[in-house]
Ligand binder design. Structure first.
Ligand code: FES
Length: 502
């Protein structure tokens, strides 16, 4: 039997004991250390610092981490193996988990049901009384697949081998099963409905994701999938019906289908839209007559990824920036000195720096600067602004192409719903200022976890997936000859004049 070693986690104040020779990757994820590139040594965001004891430096770390960081004790958790007791400083993050308590109309039915939102990062399940619509319980958890990468493409890459796919499928089924058993362990549950993006849908259902790894990114099988609980290994629930709602095409999954239920887009008389801003931006616009949807690879900037001092919205992150009389005022989550900048802070900072002429409409820092300080020690680099431009350009191009398909313009949109956690926290005025969401502020509404709400509504017979699917056309942006031009055009920031005129 191997020796046990203690790992003290600071500032968390927890100590864990693991067998000597354990990879940090295998034991730190539950404590909030993330592995955005799936442990491939590309992102450096799994860094931990050795405060006491030692961790051997690997060749990869020598290549990836600067000498002064190695000297200061920084290591990559995805590369490190613990052999002797250590105390580690970990950058802990907590995923924002959105529940839902929206009241909606439904036709009562007997029994109880469970709705689950399978997000790339988090899982949320609600137990619903189908006779009253009342939510009887909520459970949430991190998606265990996140250890293999933060974004959907890392998961797809990992799942290209049969073993990888089976591991991701088994892991997510077990995790959802545990959530469900905490809510309702007995047989007699009427139904479970699940919603998630296309990759979550495929991985949960055990469908090959290879077609999603390359152009034209068209899944072979993306319709609604039905199981019994027993087939998924949830033996206690016996033959309870489990439905994973169908996708709308490409990377537009059933999270958006559920979002259409939740926002009533398919019954709207006037033009409305729903956007889920993330690494993969998904969007749908239309009315009861016709809906068009698309997804666009926005990159990780909205989640603080590929930003020099970027981080998730966790303690120490600059999450909001306002204009003060003596310069910018940065709001740090949890107070204290900032450690980095999350997506909402990035959007705010760029909006204010545009107003002050520090950033030009081209995205260049004025005066040829390469960096500008936000709050010690957090600076914004020229390259960071470029990352945000790439993300916003992709979203802007998607919006424009979808509206053109509907023979409409931004001015015709009467309501825009923002789904998900980032949509909840982003400052609408800043989003408008940088040209990310070119709609009047009063028309932009944070809609919360529309995937969960829609999955809940789908427990009742009143929601017809088939009707929405037949109304919705999936647009492949990659195949649109104008996408590239619109993308480049969308990267530019509006000038002060253009912004005040809009
Ligand atoms: S470098 Fe990306 S997870 Fe370790």
């Amino acid at each position: 039997m191997s020796d046990l070693v203690r790992i003290e986690l600071r500032p968390l104040g927890r100590t864990i004991t693991v067998p000597a020779g354990t990879r940090l990757r295998d034991c730190l994820f539950p404590f909030g250390v993330e592995f955005p590139c799936g442990g491939n040594g590309r992102c450096r965001r799994c860094r931990v610092r050795v405060l006491e004891g030692s961790l051997d430096v690997t060749g990869d770390e020598e290549r990836i981490l600067p000498a002064n960081e190695l000297e200061a004790g920084w290591r990559l958790a995805c590369r490190s193996i613990v052999r002797t007791p250590v105390a580690l400083e970990i950058a802990q993050w907590e995923a924002a988990i959105l529940g839902d308590d929206t009241v909606f109309q439904f036709t009562p039915r007997e029994g109880q049901g469970i709705a689950v939102d399978i997000g790339t990062t988090t899982l949320v399940a609600q137990l619903v009384d189908l006779a009253t619509g009342e939510v009887r319980g909520v459970r949430s958890a991190l998606n265990p697949q996140a250890i293999f990468g933060a974004d959907v493409m890392s998961r797809v890459e990992y799942a290209l081998t049969v073993e990888g796919r089976q591991r991701l499928t088994a892991g997510i089924r077990v995790a959802v099963g545990k959530l469900i058993s905490k809510l309702h362990a007995e047989p007699g549950l009427a139904e479970v409905t699940l919603a998630g993006n296309s990759v979550m849908h495929h991985l949960f259902c055990g469908i090959d994701v290879e077609p999603l790894s390359h152009y034209p990114f068209q899944p072979v099988e993306d319709g609604e999938q039905r199981f019994t609980a027993a087939e998924l290994g949830w033996a206690a629930l016996g033959n309870t019906r489990v439905r994973f709602l169908g996708c709308l095409g490409g990377f537009v999954g059933s999270d958006i289908l559920a979002g259409i239920f939740a926002t009533g887009l398919s019954r709207a008389d006037e033009l409305c839209g729903l956007i889920d801003l993330g690494t993969n931006g998904e969007m749908v616009f239309g009315t009861r007559e016709r809906l068009v949807c698309a997804s666009t690879a926005a990159g990780p900037a909205f989640e603080g990824g590929r930003i020099s001092m970027g981080m998730r919205a966790a303690t120490g992150a600059i999450a909001a920036v306002t204009a003060g009389s003596n310069g910018l005022v940065c709001e740090v989550l949890g107070g204290g000195q900032p450690r980095g900048l999350c997506g909402s802070g990035l959007v705010d900072a760029v909006a204010h720096l545009l107003d002050r002429g520090v950033i030009l409409t081209s995205g260049r820092l004025a005066g040829g600067l390469k960096t500008t300080l936000l709050a010690e020690p957090v600076s914004l680099l020229q390259a960071d602004i470029r990352e945000l431009q790439l993300a916003k350009g992709a979203i802007a191009a998607g919006i424009q192409i979808l509206l053109e398909r509907l023979d409409a313009t931004v001015a015709d949109v009467k309501q825009l719903y923002l789904a998900g956690a980032f949509g909840n926290y982003i400052n609408r005025s800043s989003a408008r200022r940088i040209g990310l969401l070119p709609f009047p502020e009063e028309l932009i509404q944070s809609a919360g976890n529309t995937s969960l709400l829609g999955a809940k509504m789908a427990l009742f017979e009143t929601c017809d997936s088939g009707e929405v699917t037949s109304l919705t056309e999936h647009v492949s942006l990659a195949a649109d000859p104008e996408f590239q031009d619109k993308y480049v055009e969308g990267m530019r920031f509006p000038s002060c004049e253009e912004f005040s005129d809009s």
